[in-house]
Design a binder for this molecule. Sequence first.
Ligand SMILES: Nc1ncnc2c1ncn2[C@@H]1O[C@@H]2COP(=O)(O)O[C@H]3[C@@H](O)[C@H](n4cnc5c(N)ncnc54)O[C@@H]3COP(=O)(O)O[C@H]2[C@H]1O
Ligand SMILES: Nc1ncnc2c1ncn2[C@@H]1O[C@@H]2COP(=O)(O)O[C@H]3[C@@H](O)[C@H](n4cnc5c(N)ncnc54)O[C@@H]3COP(=O)(O)O[C@H]2[C@H]1O
Lengths: 141, 141
Amino acid sequence: IQDKNLTDITIEDLMISSEKVAHVQLNNPLEHALLVLVKSGYSAVPVLDAQYKLVGTIGKTVILNQILGLERFEIEKLSDMQVKQIMRTDIPVVSKENTFMEGLNAIIDYPFVCVADADMYFDGILTRRAILKHLRRDYYS
Amino acid sequence: IQDKNLTDITIEDLMISSEKVAHVQLNNPLEHALLVLVKSGYSAVPVLDAQYKLVGTIGKTVILNQILGLERFEIEKLSDMQVKQIMRTDIPVVSKENTFMEGLNAIIDYPFVCVADADMYFDGILTRRAILKHLRRDYYS
Ligand SMILES: Nc1ncnc2c1ncn2[C@@H]1O[C@@H]2COP(=O)(O)O[C@H]3[C@@H](O)[C@H](n4cnc5c(N)ncnc54)O[C@@H]3COP(=O)(O)O[C@H]2[C@H]1O
Ligand SMILES: Nc1ncnc2c1ncn2[C@@H]1O[C@@H]2COP(=O)(O)O[C@H]3[C@@H](O)[C@H](n4cnc5c(N)ncnc54)O[C@@H]3COP(=O)(O)O[C@H]2[C@H]1O
């Protein structure tokens, strides 16, 4: 990647590939999803179906919103609900052949964007950190 | 800012100034801090003392870690603990006179960095989004 300049670099060069991405499944109970998020330390992760196709993302904020009762957090609700009921499905998706600039545009409003092919098979995620590190290197050279 | 190029731009030009930044106080109970985080939607915010000096940051992950019991989340703990017991104090800080490049370096590993003066009076936060938007504009011109 070092020798490529910004117009030649693709999302595949910068993304974290799927095997290294923490994720949850459509049918997981919220309790399991929250544990994955807390243990991994990530605020939000992709949601995949049983065929490892991308279906959405889920984060701590939306889970906590669900359990925010009037007087106290209603933690019991977590075992009654599933990821698919509250995950976010209107998410930007890029392909690994997209350009660096397309990646930069995609992450202006999102800490990460999912990378998938035309059939929605999950390839990985592109993070702001990856883009920023690359921009910094570009500025120093 | 539009007319300045990257070597002239300072952190003050890009930061979100303090009056627009959601924050919590040192002595707030964790229950209050978690509510501020969930209601504002932010994953982490600055912590200030009674004089509005910067003392640290606090986020959902570290609060949720505290209440993660063996069998279930121990939500009662939240009213017993205070922000100052678990906030993060080893945080990067920049000054509003620092340069764009110093800001870019600071946010490589942090979604936001706090801006404060020599006496730690809180001036605002510099976010990755602000840096990325500016880099994108720079690339298009
Ligand atoms: N275990 C860790 N070690 C070192 N630094 C850590 C870290 N966890 C978080 N960070 C730092 O905090 C930033 C925000 O993480 P967050 O979990 O909110 O937001 C993350 C998370 O939602 C997601 N993400 C990143 N890596 C992931 C992975 N391997 N699996 C699943 N989701 C991931 O992409 C977002 C943006 O990530 P990005 O790297 O730009 O930015 C990360 C990174 O700079
Ligand atoms: N209400 C909202 N409206 C529109 N977009 C929203 C939003 N809340 C979050 N986002 C988007 O999600 C990104 C990550 O937010 P997060 O809360 O994890 O992480 C945030 C949060 O921890 C902190 N932050 C941002 N603005 C803040 C504010 N006004 N007060 C306190 N903390 C703030 O700085 C981090 C990075 O912010 P950044 O803007 O780079 O990146 C934000 C932004 O692109």
